[in-house]
Structures are given as C-alpha cells and as structure tokens.
Design a protein around this ligand. Sequence first.
Ligand code: ZN
Length: 281
Amino acid sequence: MADSTRYPLPFVPHHQSPETPGENPILFAFRGRDLLVTNDLNLPSVEEIDSQGVEAVRTQYLGRLGERHCYSAELPHDAQAETGFRFADLRMLFATLDEMIHTLAGRAVQIVEWDRTHQYCGVCAEPTQLSEADRSRSCPKCKIPTYPRLAPAMIVAVEKGDQILLARSPHFPAGIMSVLAGFVEPGESAEEAVMREVFEETSIIVKNVEYFFEPGLALSELSHARIPGRIRFGRDRDRRRGNRRGRLVRGGRDAYRLPGQDQYLAVADSRFPRAERAARP
Ligand SMILES: [Zn+2]
C-alpha cells in the first residue's frame, strides 16, 4: 500500500470508511443537489447537522482532508432545515465556502447522486452491491460494475479584438449572460465540442481554439477562440431556438455575472484585462 503521508494532494480520496470518524469530521448533507448550510452559507458542523434530527437515506465515505475524515449524506427529499440553516445550490456557495471545502462539496454531490441512482442493475434490476475494491457498485448476477459518471465539459471565451462573446440561455434570469459552455459528446474532442457548441448556439464558426489552461486531468476546460473578420449572428436560427442569443460585449458588471449569482466571472489572465476589471463589483 502506498505511503499516504507522502500523498501529493491535500485530499486523499477513498471509498471505504474508517472504523471511527475521528476528530472534527466533515459532513456534506444534501437534499437533492442542495447542500445543507448555515444561514450565512457556511458548512455546518456534524453536531449541527445531527441536531436537525433528519435521518440520512444513505451515507458515503469520501476520503481524508488532512487529518479530517469526510463524508456525504443523502437526506430525504422532504427534509426541512431547522431555523438558522437552509439548503443551497453549490453555485450559491462559491464566495462563502472555503475553496477546498467547495471543491469537495462538488465531489460529494456527484457521489451522492451516483449512489442514489445506481441502487439497481440497469440490465436485470437486481439490487447492486458496493464494491470493497473501489468506488463502484456491482450487480451480483451480471457482475457489471458502475462507477460515478464523469461528464467532460468545456467552457469557451470567444474573443474578437477586445470583445468577448456572451450568450444567454432561456433559464437564465433576465439580464444575465455568460460565456458559452457545454458537455463533450461521446467520441468528440474538447476542441470539437468548442466548435460545435459555439456554432449550435450562435451560428459562429470558430477556428483558432486554444487552451487557456492546460488540460491535465481536469476535464472541464476553459478555452478561448479568436474570430477573424466580421461576425454575423444567425438571427433566424436564434428565433427558432427561443431566446438564446449571442452578443459581443465590451465589459460592464452585468456582462460578466455568473447565472443567478452575485458572482462575477473573474478571469485572472492578462489576456482578459477587461474581464478582470469587470470582476470587481
Ligand atoms: Zn444485473
């Protein structure tokens, strides 16, 4: 077994719970995809979560952050938060949760959701069993393992000169726009996903797709693409698709607001000086 004291990352993932939770464990309790938090949008202690008196449907061990063991819990869909607590979407919690805790909450919600939706075999409907060997559930009859599903996605800043392309989706609140993003389809490269999504959403053909960050193991990429020449939006296409429409903007606070949030798209790179300025409320 590898020497865990030499592990190169602050969080050590593992699927098997230790015998005792040890001191000051971390617990992410979800109702659906919403995390139980304090009214000031911070993570409650395990004692505070216990005091809600809500029994979890199931729990999962996530791993260890430093010396602290981390767990997730799926609460019943009708669970109510006590006074002083609330349930919040993780996107609401960017600014209040510690960055590492927020990242772990993102990991937790995916494992909770995977566990909830893979209780039965998709082939023979037999109840699945948790593997002792890895983070998977297997059908005892078919022996087919299912693992937490990863959904590679891309997000792209399409630039033209000092302008950036933003679009809005029908489910965004009024006045909110964002850079384009989407999931990578089977058999598609991240670069192809960028070209397809931008064309599907705005009828714009992008060519010079570059990575903004190195891909590494992170499958969610921020790319940027430059468009030469004049841009024409496909207005007929936009009309058919409802109110999704692209536009180029030259900054302004609302232009860089993240959907539904009082957060701003802060891109800390010298190639986006305007976005950095806009990121300051
Ligand atoms: Zn089966």
